[in-house]
Design a protein around this ligand. Structure first.
Ligand code: COA
Length: 258
């Protein structure tokens, strides 16, 4: 079955696959795509035939994150906004989530991985969380999850400098399970998803719930607080300069802001 052209979904062999497919914009996520992802995740979580959720992009791109044009328009806020529905759905999914990352993963393309159980990345994949570079703040619970996974300083380096990093670094930092040859990523992720689908489903769900038990309430609260701050930052002069600079294909100049 196909959800939309830009977010395709399919259920086979117990694996509910969500494929991000907007290659002309490097798989940037617009509001309709967030909504389709949220709906797909919720459907997969409800459907007994779906035992594992698999997220992937196209050959050379996982996703370049939020569509920057939507940041300039009037983005929707609140828990019912497509972005928040997506973040709630992925962070609270009861079923295991596997990701296959080829090419570029930027912004929410990286932070969504923190909610996955297994992440396979191509050796040529690159990662970047440029929230601060854009005058914004980190989202998707990343200010809680990144330091848990790798410690404060490593998380601060990734979030405050916002540089591109390799799949090897992502793996050594603990946000990628395994680095594979670029051509093998989807097959490897699918093989592991099939393995998960063959496990006793209720035991898998319980183990996942218990793994997250001590921080689940705090995660919910962090995602909400980051969301509030993020929306406020979108109106800041720093973000305005950064977003205009992206559209005009120039380097931003933050020197006049205190
Ligand atoms: N939002 C909207 N459009 C985006 C986009 C995004 N996040 N990422 C890429 N695009 C668009 C580009 O504007 C360009 O559109 P055009 O062909 O109509 O001009 C097209 O996708 C191709 O992007 P381009 O920059 O030419 O590709 P590249 O291979 O040189 O670089 C990226 C790819 C992803 C590194 C670069 O596009 C980028 O940095 N994008 C912004 C990522 C970002 O800041 N995301 C938000 C994080 S919060």
């Amino acid at each position: 079955m196909s959800r939309t052209e830009q977010i395709q979904s399919e259920l086979s062999d117990g694996i509910f696959t969500l494929r991000i497919n907007r290659p002309d914009k490097k798989n940037a996520l617009n509001l309709a795509m967030y909504q389709a992802l949220a709906d797909g995740l919720k459907q997969a979580d409800r459907d007994d035939a779906a035992r594992v959720i698999l997220m992937c992009g196209v050959d050379d791109c996982f996703t370049s994150g939020n569509d920057l044009a939507d940041f300039i328009g009037a983005p929707q806020a609140g828990p019912e906004s497509p972005v928040m529905q997506f973040l709630t759905a992925i962070s609270e999914a009861r079923k295991p989530v596997v990701a296959a990352v080829n090419g570029t993963a930027v912004g929410v393309g990286v932070t969504m991985l923190l909610h996955c159980e297994l992440v396979y990345a191509g050796c040529g994949a690159t990662f970047q969380m440029p929230f601060v570079n854009l005058g914004l703040c980190p989202e998707a619970g990343s200010t809680l999850l990144l330091p848990r996974v790798m410690g404060h300083q490593r998380a601060a380096e990734l979030l405050l400098l916002g540089e591109v990093f390799t799949a090897g670094k992502a793996c050594s930092l603990g946000i990628v399970t395994e680095v594979c040859p670029d051509g093998d990523v989807l097959a490897t992720a699918r093989k592991r998803a099939l393995q998960l689908a063959a496990q006793p489903a209720a035991a898998v769900r319980l183990a996942k719930e218990l793994l997250k038990r001590d921080y689940a309430p705090q995660l919910r609260e962090t995602i909400a607080e980051e969301g509030v701050q993020f929306m406020a930052r979108l109106k800041s002069p720093e973000a305005s300069e950064a977003l205009q600079a992206f559209m005009q294909r120039r380097k931003p100049d933050f020197s006049t802001f205190g």
